[in-house]
Design a protein. Sequence first.
Length: 110
Amino acid sequence: MRFFLVLVTFLLIPNQVLGQPIDLSIDSDVNEKGQVALALTLKNNSSKALFHIHPMFHFHHSMSMMTTIRELRPGQSITLENDNTPRVLGVGNYPITAMVTIKTNLQQVI
């Protein structure tokens, strides 16, 4: 099994999100053929619902857009799986970046 260096980047910027955090975690698995499977878990730790959550992966020179999540209620979590990543050819560390855009209400994009 190869290990990955995980770099998580959050595109959760302004003041509205600082009081309404969303937790992201990435699990990665590589088989002996070099195929990579990624699982992104998102959890809403805020007291308000988050809307139109659109996660994206950037891995090994490719961008993969995940399914948009319509709503994530307070305390709710969801795990999205992605196995459409390029194969890796050598043992090593590969950076994985997860980016997320969200709305704290139906009109505002963060």
